[in-house]
Design a protein around this ligand. Structure first.
Ligand code: UD1
Ligand code: CA
Length: 459
């Protein structure tokens, strides 16, 4: 980490994305493009990272707390971005490693190996290159007769001869910092885009007889730069496929990796089975022997061992204990907690509530702002009426209570331990423990009134 700074270029708009959002803010594998680059660079440089921001700089900075930033107010090219960093790097005479903010597949190992190449070769500047099948859009590496690097020519400025070159510029460089800032004073914007190109520094240093190195990356897909929505989708696909591979290697069954979306930071235990078309996002943690059936969406959630999520269940910002059964079509959100062995069935929504061990709610219910104890039975169609139009009010149901089907609990309300609410009740007052509460109109049977309907309809 000695005598090294890493600078990430993240000021550009990304015109080809046709987006209101700056390119580096677009996400692949669950994180923004620039976050992936920061994650890969940090182990190499420690806290020596510097990020050039410009377009939507506030949003980019908010995404990367604790880093040092340089403002590039007008985006006049990659060379201009470096000119803007001159002040921040004043007095620094070590190596400056430059990374574009749009290469999310770059790895720490490759960055480190490239830096070692630069240092071992005692170069003034080095560029990371790659041989690619389709070099369209990239800057081309032009070598002299003796194979030394002569310069980089942008696609738009290239002659038909140069366009035939398949060795491309990755936009990843290491510079001896004083040599870089000296050469930048000679960069002009006389090119197709009227921009100050960082690529020109390589040509300038080379023509001045400085030692310039070029290192071909072993895995060319690591340096894929994302410029279009198509490239965004292709990279996202690649990352998710890699995540599935890592999980399968560690013992997770993924029935159809092609339709499975799992973010990079998700952890899953061995012998868990993931059915087709499942999405697991954010820092979710899933234990061993869990079953997740098709069309479930899990986001920022924790699911402990041996639990089962049947089809179409959604779990957001919530946690589920072990041996729990959920769904099909259940929806949990906002800090819901299901303790071990809970059973929740079809079409049950639970918001900001806790269900104690062994509690059951099998059909068509809503629980919001509720604290529910152990071994409680919640009947079909039960609703905690938590919102009075102004406030969200709490419902508390103690252990062993029984809430009959189609009852409404008008919060704030408390059902004591072992309390029993008769089916079809509207409960507006607390129910003491071990008591039976009936809150409904009494049934009236009127004899012989049924034929009346038949007469009227001529039956
Ligand atoms: C650049 C290289 C090209 C290389 C390609 C690799 C130049 C002139 N060209 O082209 O040789 O093959 O990357 O992907 O450098 N940025 C700024 N400020 C600016 C302009 C850009 O910070 O004024 C940032 C962008 O946010 C982006 C990075 O620099 O993260 C690269 O910019 P981009 O416009 O994508 O460059 P390319 O045209 O792809
Ligand atoms: Ca690019």
């Amino acid at each position: 980490m000695n005598n090294l700074r890493i600078l990430i270029l993240a000021a550009g708009k990304g015109t080809r994305m046709k987006s209101k959002k700056a390119k580096v803010l677009h996400a692949v594998g669950g994180s923004s493009l620039v976050s992936h680059v920061v994650r890969a660079a940090t182990p190499v440089v420690g806290n020596g990272l510097l990020v050039v921001v410009g377009h939507q700089s506030e949003q980019v900075k908010a995404l990367l707390p604790g880093l040092e930033f340089v403002e590039q107010k007008e985006q006049l090219g990659t060379g201009h971005a470096l000119m803007c960093a001159r002040e921040a790097l004043a007095g620094f005479s070590g190596d400056l490693l430059v990374l574009p903010g749009d290469v999310p597949l770059i790895s720490t190992e490759t960055i480190q190996a490239f830096l070692d190449f630069h240092r071992n070769g005692k170069f003034q500047a080095s560029v990371l290159t790659a041989d690619v099948g389709d070099p369209h859009g990239y800057g081309r590496i032009v070598r002299r007769n003796n194979n030394e690097i002569g310069g980089i020519v942008e696609h738009r400025d290239a002659s038909p001869e140069v366009l035939k070159i398949h060795e491309i510029n990755s936009s990843i460089y290491v510079f001896h910092t004083p040599a870089l800032f000296d050469a930048l004073t000679r960069v002009r914007n006389e090119n197709a885009q009227k921009e100050y190109y960082l690529t020109d520094v390589i040509g300038i240093l080379s023509s001045e007889g400085k030692k310039v190195g070029a290192w071909k990356v072993p895995h060319a897909d690591e340096i894929l730069g994302i410029n279009t929505r198509q490239e965004l989708a292709a990279t996202d696909h690649l990352m998710r496929r890699r995540k599935c591979d890592v999980l399968m290697t560690s013992g997770v069954t993924i029935i159809d990796p092609a339709s499975t979306f799992i973010d990079a930071e998700v952890q899953i235990g061995a012998d868990t089975v993931i059915y087709p078309s499942v999405q697991i996002y954010g820092p979710s943690i899933i234990g061993e022997d869990v079953t997740i059936q098709s069309f479930c969406r899990i986001s920022n959630a924790r699911i402990e061992a041996r639990s089962t999520l049947l089809e179409g269940s959604i779990v957001v910002d919530s946690s589920i204990g072990s041996d729990v059964s959920v769904g099909p079509f259940a929806h949990f959100r906002m800090g819901t907690r299901l303790e071990d062995t809970v059973k929740v069935g079809n079409f049950v929504e639970i918001k900001k509530s806790t269900l104690g061990r062994g509690t059951k709610s099998m059909h068509l219910a809503y629980m919001g702002d509720a604290t529910i104890g152990k071994n409680v039975n919640i009947g079909a169609g039960v609703i905690t009426v938590n919102y009075d139009g102004i406030n969200k009010n709490p419902t508390t149901i103690d252990d062993d209570a029984f809430i009959g089907s189609d009852s409404q609990l008008i919060a704030p309300v408390h059902v004591g331990k072992g309390g029993f609410v008769a089916a079809g009740s509207t409960i507006t007052e607390d129910v003491p423990s071990e008591s039976l509460a009936i809150g409904r109109g009494r049934q009236v049977n009127k004899e012989n009134r049924a034929p009346h309907r038949k007469k009227k309809n001529g039956i």
